[in-house]
Design a protein around this ligand. Structure first.
Ligand code: CNA
Length: 250
C-alpha cells in the first residue's frame, strides 16, 4: 500500500513545477519532539495542562506556567537535528520543485535543514520580547539555559530596564499568526500541495488547503486521518520518514 502511494507521489512530484509544503509537528516527532494531538502527543502526557499554556491571557496572568512546561520540552530537545522529512523537502527545493514551506512548527528545523523560503506561521524561538514589544533580545545560550531550567526570563536579566517577563516570538492562542497572507498567496500559486505531519485541525493553517487552485493536486502524509483526506489526490497514512525513504531521495 505504501509503495503504491509513493509511486503516485513520485509521479505527482515529477509533473509539478510549484510545490508548497504545509507541515506540522509530525515532521519533527522522529527528531524527538512530541506532537500535540498524536497518540504520543504532549496533550496525552499526565500532568500536562493542555493548550492553555499557549494562551496569551494565561501568559499575561502567570508566565511561569508556560515556562515550567516549555522548559521541560526544550531541555529534552537540546541537540535536535532535522529529520528525513525535513531533508526530503530540502531535496525537493534543490530539484527546483518546492518553492515554499509553510510550517506550524516552532522548532526551526526546516531552516536548519536548509530550506530557503520557510514561513513560520506560529513563529519561532529566535528572539524574545516583552509583551509591550518595547524590548527584545535575540536568543542565545544564556536565555535558552534560563528557559530550559523552567525559569521565567525577565527583561532586566538581559539588559532591559524593567522586570517584565519575556515571551518567545511564538504565536500563542489569542495572537495573530505570522505570514498568513504570503502563505495564502503561495498556496494559490501551487500546483502541488504536500501536507506532512499535521492534523490540519489548528486554524488558520487548517483552512489553507481549501484555497488551492482548481488544478492543484493535494497530497496528505500523516499517521492519522485529517479533515482533508476525502478530497486529497493521495493520502498516505504512514510514518513520514518511512515514506520518504521509500522514495530514495534522502
Ligand atoms: P498536531 O495537531 O499535534 O498534529 C500532528 C500530526 O502529525 C498528528 O495527526 C499525528 O498523527 C501526525 N504525526 C506524528 N508523527 C508522525 C510521523 N512520524 N509521521 C507521520 N505523521 C505523524 O500538530 P499540528 O502541527 O497539526 O498542530 C499545530 C500546532 C502544533 C502548532 O501550533 C505547532 O506550533 C504545534 N507544535 C509544534 C511542534 C514543533 O515545532 N515541532 C511540536 C509540537 C506542537
Amino acid at each position: 500500500m505504501l509503495y503504491e502511494g509513493t509511486d503516485l507521489l513520485m509521479e505527482l512530484i515529477s509533473k509539478s513545477k510549484y510545490i508548497v509544503a504545509l507541515t506540522g509537528a509530525g515532521v519533527s516527532t522522529s527528531a524527538g519532539i512530541p506532537d500535540f494531538r498524536g497518540p504520543q502527543g504532549i496533550y496525552q502526557q499526565p500532568g500536562f495542562p493542555g493548550a492553555m499554556i499557549f494562551d496569551i491571557n494565561q501568559f499575561r496572568q502567570d508566565p511561569a506556567i508556560f515556562y515550567k512546561h516549555i522548559g521541560q520540552l526544550l531541555s529534552m530537545n537540546k541537540d535536535i537535528q532535522p529529520t528525513k522529512g525535513h531533508r526530503f523537502l530540502k531535496k525537493l527545493e534543490e530539484l527546483g520543485k518546492l518553492k515554499t514551506v509553510v510550517t506550524q512548527n516552532i522548532d526551526g528545523l526546516h531552516k536548519m535543514a536548509g530550506n530557503s523560503y520557510v514561513i513560520e506561521i506560529h513563529g519561532n524561538f529566535e528572539s524574545f520580547y516583552t509583551l509591550d514589544m518595547k524590548f527584545h533580545v535575540e536568543t542565545d545560550d544564556v536565555i535558552l539555559d534560563c528557559v530550559r531550567k523552567g525559569n521565567v526570563p525577565r527583561a532586566c536579566d538581559f539588559g532591559g530596564e524593567t522586570d517584565e517577563p519575556l515571551k518567545p516570538n511564538v504565536v500563542f492562542f489569542g495572537e495573530a499568526v505570522q505570514g498568513l497572507e504570503k502563505a495564502l498567496t503561495e498556496v494559490q500559486k501551487a500546483d502541488l500541495i504536500i501536507c506532512m505531519g499535521t492534523s490540519l485541525r489548528v486554524y488558520p493553517v487548517a483552512q489553507l488547503p481549501s484555497y488551492r487552485n482548481d488544478n492543484a493536486k493535494l497530497v496528505i502524509i500523516n499517521l492519522e486521518p485529517t479533515p482533508y483526506d476525502n478530497e486529497a489526490n493521495l493520502v498516505i497514512h504512514a510514518d513520514i520518514d518511512e515514506t520518504v525513504e521509500t522514495l530514495k531521495m534522502v
